[in-house]
Design a protein around this ligand. Structure first.
Ligand SMILES: NC(=O)c1ccc[n+]([C@@H]2O[C@H](COP(=O)([O-])OP(=O)(O)OC[C@H]3O[C@@H](n4cnc5c(N)ncnc54)[C@H](OP(=O)(O)O)[C@@H]3O)[C@@H](O)[C@H]2O)c1
Length: 223
C-alpha cells in the first residue's frame, strides 16, 4: 500500500482521487485550504492537512506537519482558472496569482518534500496539467490567457525537474474535460472515470516515463 499526498483534495478531481486511493487501502494525505470545510468524510485511511498553495509560509512550514513521513506518490492537483475574459481581462494581479498557484507552487512544494519522497518507494510526482497548456494542441475560442500560460509553465517546470532529478518520476497528466466546478456540467468525462485512469497511469509509470505528458487514458499529448 502506498502513501499518496494530494493537493486540492476537498472537491472536484482531487476529492475523487482521495476517495479512490483511500478505497484502495492506500494512506492518503489530503491537503486543502481549509480542512474544516472539506465536506463529508471519506472512508479509509485519510489525514486532512491545511495547505494554501498561494501562501509561501504555509508551503515552507508544511513539511513539519508531516514529521518526515514517507510519500510514495505526490499529486499536484489544485489549480485555479483565473480571469476568463480574454486579453481585455488580463491583469497583473490575477495573472501572477494563477502562475503562483498553478506553476510555482507544485515545484516549490516538491522541493520542500523531496526528502519525504526519497523515503518512499515509488517517488512519483504527478502534476495535473492540461491540454490547454500545449502549444500544438488544445487552442479553443475561450478567454483563458493566465490559465493556459500557467499550465505551459508547469509543463516546462516539470520537464526541467525530470531532467535535473532522475531519482523522481515526474509525470504531466491531462485529466480530460471533466465534470467538476472547473470543467462545468457540459464536460464529457465523469470525474470517477478520470480519477481511475490517472491512478492507473501513475501506477504503471516507470522512471523511463519521467518528463512525459499524457492524457488520463495514457495517450501522449504533444507539447
Ligand atoms: N475540470 C477540467 O475539465 C480540467 C481539465 C484540464 C485540467 N484540469 C486540471 O485538473 C485539476 C483539478 O481540477 P478540478 O476540475 O477538480 O478543479 P476544481 O473543481 O475547480 O477544484 C480545484 C481545487 O483546487 C483547490 N485550490 C484552489 N486554489 C487553491 C489554493 N490556493 N491552495 C490550495 N488549493 C487550492 C480548490 O480548493 P478550494 O475549494 O479551497 O477552492 C479545489 O480543491 C486542476 O489542476 C485543473 O487545472 C481540469
Amino acid at each position: 500500500m502506498a502513501t499518496v499526498l494530494i493537493t486540492g483534495a476537498n472537491r472536484g478531481l482531487g476529492r475523487e482521487l482521495a476517495r479512490l486511493y483511500a478505497a484502495n487501502g492506500d494512506e492518503v494525505i489530503a491537503c486543502c485550504r481549509d480542512p474544516e470545510r472539506r465536506g463529508e468524510d471519506i472512508a479509509g485511511d485519510i489525514r486532512w492537512l491545511p495547505l494554501d498553495l498561494a501562501d509561501e509560509a504555509a508551503i515552507m512550514t508544511f513539511p513539519t506537519l508531516l514529521r518526515g513521513a514517507a510519500i510514495d506518490i505526490m499529486i499536484h492537483n489544485a489549480a485555479i482558472r483565473g480571469a476568463t475574459g480574454g486579453l481585455a481581462d488580463v491583469g497583473f494581479a490575477d495573472f501572477e496569482k494563477v502562475m503562483r498557484i498553478n506553476a510555482a507552487a507544485p515545484l516549490i512544494l516538491t522541493r520542500e518534500l523531496r526528502s519525504n519522497l526519497m523515503a518512499g518507494e515509488k517517488r512519483a510526482v504527478a502534476m495535473i496539467s492540461s491540454r490547454a497548456g500545449s502549444m500544438s494542441e488544445g487552442l479553443d475560442p475561450d478567454g483563458d490567457y493566465a490559465y493556459r500560460c500557467s499550465k505551459a509553465a508547469l509543463n516546462m517546470g516539470a520537464r526541467k525537474l525530470a531532467y535535473d532529478d532522475p531519482a523522481l518520476t515526474v509525470l504531466l497528466l491531462h485529466p480530460g474535460w471533466i465534470r467538476t466546478d472547473m470543467g462545468g456540467p457540459e464536460a464529457d468525462l465523469d470525474v470517477t472515470e478520470a480519477a481511475r485512469g490517472l491512478a492507473a497511469c501513475i501506477s504503471d509509470a516507470a522512471p523511463k516515463d519521467s518528463g512525459s505528458f499524457r492524457t488520463w487514458n495514457g495517450e501522449i499529448v504533444e507539447w
